[in-house]
Design a protein around this ligand. Sequence first.
Ligand code: MG
Length: 500
Amino acid sequence: MTPTRPNFLVCALLGVMLALAVDHAHGRDESAPPNIVLIYTDDQGYGDVGCFGAADVKTPSMDRLAAEGRQFTSFYVAQAVCTASRAALMSGCYPTRVSMAGALNHTSTVGIHPDEWLLPEMLKERGYATIILGKWHLGTVPEFAPLENGFDQFLGIPYSNDNTKYHPVLHATMPPLPLYDGREVIEQDPDQALFTKRFTERAVAFIEAEKDRPFFLYMPHVMPHVPIFASGSFEGTSARGLYGDVIEELDWSVGQVLAALEKHGLDEQTLVIFMSDNGPFLSYGEHAGSSGPLREGKLTTFEGGVRTPCLMRWPGTIPAGTVCDAAAMTIDLLPTIAGLVGGTQPERTIDGEDIRPLLTGDETAASPHKALVFYAGGELQAVRSGRWKLHFEHDYLTVAGEPGRNGKPSNFDKLTPASITQSGIHGIASRHGYKVAHTPLALYDLEKDPGEQHNLATRHPDVVQRLASLAEPIRAELGDRLSGVVGTAIRPAGNVAEDR
Ligand code: MG
């Protein structure tokens, strides 16, 4: 026996002891599944983040996510409106599949169906501590609340912050806004200027409390959805007016979360995802964000509505300072995160794909989607495949006339009581100061023309035909009001009105 053998064993034993000591210092097993931090701002535009081209707002912490992680330049939300966007994020489905559309309000009896398998439920089953801080918007009644859907804790509001006395048109009929902690309403009409600060302080406390086990921190911020407010520390400090103050406070919030992760040695054990739920609410003018180079904004299927400024950071796993231009969507997060943490995938059909190669692989990894479709309500308005995007002929909302000022939408002075009560797209247009416009069949090359300005449909009929064919199977399953197709695979929302 050579003398080196026992020395090797001693060294190996010391190595194991050292590794255990390091693990103890970090408070947890290095092989444990990663924490998930998902920050989802409300109505922030693609052009409202420095690394996506914003010149007039400062976002050093959002930009830090790009510098230390990966910037996704073709990441989409499934629909450009709050409830539908969140339904896709939580369920992995196009919102149409789970019958969630538009934006629920204080009278809604529907909510995300209890049989849907949601991201927080999957993570909770895997042993995660789970919290939601901000706007839920997947059910107003107690049956569909966050704590019934996989969250341990909830501080926030059930629906949008304009469903209040601040609504520019409907304010007289709106109830006080309830602020929940868990299942209890703790305040009515809380000070909205303190939302970002309060959610951030709770997030930092949550990270501190749960640092020794995996956690899911979901921050669907209330801001910068109108009416916008910044706390006293930020109001009047940016170069972009109140809207800029609000974005810079949200950036501060991102920085606080990153500082808490760093303080507890959790950087390399935490996947941080940042994005907005849909594009800017453009009719609100100076109180709305910017789509940057993209066309239109919220409520439309143009890129300014559905393409989101997405950033992901996971030091040691996601290569730092990289960019991914492959098309992906929020429907992909549930299957991807389930894959990352060894969680249970949904038994029911979903639309998302596991995009782990886009996160952790090289920058040339390809999208797993042959096609992504874009609905507005029940209308299948557009389809993207590779560099091409095809719009079917449809109506859409656009800003025309007087710009929105001081929290009021455009054309505010021309509103009449009769116009406000209209239904459908004309009703939305009336209440929020938009005009209804119409697009013909239009084909855009998003690589050369991300602003969707040059219609190439007549020049490339073969591409039009191919993209139309790719949309067909989804149209058959999920239906399409534009062509009168009734979907064969639509699942119902939950509805307490049917039970009572
Ligand atoms: Mg929104």
